[in-house]
Design a protein around this ligand. Sequence first.
Ligand code: ATP
Ligand code: MG
Ligand code: MG
Ligand code: MG
Length: 477
Amino acid sequence: SQRVKIKQVLHDDAVQYTATVKGWVRTFRSNRFIALNDGSTNNNLQVVVDFENTDPAILKRITTGAAISATGTIVASQGSGQKVELQATSIEILGDSDPEKYPLQPKKHSLEFLREIAHLRFRTNTFGAVFRVRHTLAYAVHKFFNDKGFVYLHTPIITASDAEGAGEMFRVTTFDPQKPPVTEEGKVDWKEDFFGRATNLTVSGQLEGETGAMAFGEIYTFGPTFRAENSNTARHLAEFWMIEPEMAFYNLEDNMNLAEEFIKYVIRYALEHNREDLEFLGARLAEEEKSKPQAERSEMGLIEKLEFVLNNDFMRITYTEAIDILKNSKPNKNKKFQYMVEEWGTDLQSEHERYLVEKHFKKPVILTDYPAAIKSFYMKQNEDGKTVRAMDILFPGIGEIVGGSQREENLDKLVHKMEELGLPVEEMYWYLDTRRFGSAEHSGFGLGFERLVLFVTGMTNIRDVIPFPRTPKNAEF
Ligand code: ATP
Ligand code: MG
Ligand code: MG
Ligand code: MG
């Protein structure tokens, strides 16, 4: 008989048919009951072993972690907590697992411990659910943009441009670090390097994406992005995935509307297609909440929180209005938000962002019109001469999830700004060409995919929502 997936078996509820399932043993009790998991769902299939007619040597090899194939009849189940189970007539061991050495014991492991065995943590319920949800969200991203007629444009991973000018780049070079060629002045001679110039891993595909938008109208990128973030936060990775749509003929409002529609779409898609996993993650979270003091417990469960986002408009306010709110706010008792006084012109700390979202408005917030000095050179300058058409979307428990803007389409203003900041105007002729030849109003944003996955799964550390996290001093697997 053909292999069927456990999710299918449990979903169909059909009985009295012959099936083969293959997967990894979670537990084996009383020499009789195998809890088998094949990764298609968190729900294990109970496989009942006909132990009287099974070779004792085989029984011994049914250990936690072992890969097996089981064939038999799917029957109605009395005791397993599931409607059906497999009455096995034959068990084949595909791959043994030494129970003494297998790191995943049939008990609850801490997330910290599991991070150290990232290559095995997919076999746990929590990470099974997280990465199935991640998959669904990634699929929904493509579906959303495809259905709207956006072109998926692959921007380069290796680039000479540092889009943000933030300097958090990973250099790409073929030089021997011990003895790179040097110029007469004793500086590293990048002209001698592979590309004939200094290059780095991309920190954003936006600038290249803009050139695509100015031809296709609407494009998006969805790819790996690299930043040498030297801090160890629960929100930053050195390698993360960013979704960056870029749209010609969109102003800031169109941009915000698209971002809000997009976020709601992918969350709804996950709720519809990964309900079981989200319910599991919700229950896990509720369990964790119980161990917190009453005052710190969240008011909503995971599913409730996701539905709340779907059913409410995001709050839209300007940076200036946000500063006024922060200035008038009082430090709160449990000191979670202690530095509330802010001066106009400074960038918001994540605790300010979280105050606005979690305490003040109690919903996602879109902040617009930031001071030009704290935002990137390419953002459209407002009439006031002080602010730019930027927007950040802030989410509860996360802080910034999206950064975007309407782009400056005026060549003179853009060049002037670049000169002011000492950016290489000549070298970026290719970017400026979009303003030289057929410039038009356009906008875009960047959404950190892992921050979205964090929000949807209710996990709290970004290392737990990417299969193989890259953080300072951590690139083992
Ligand atoms: P932050 O203020 O959190 O450092 P940022 O303003 O530097 O973020 P942007 O350059 O605006 O980030 O990038 C767009 C989006 O990419 C952010 O809103 C965030 O969702 C995500 N992002 C940025 N840096 C990281 C990172 N190191 N790891 C994961 N996601 C990130
Ligand atoms: Mg940053
Ligand atoms: Mg930021
Ligand atoms: Mg930003």
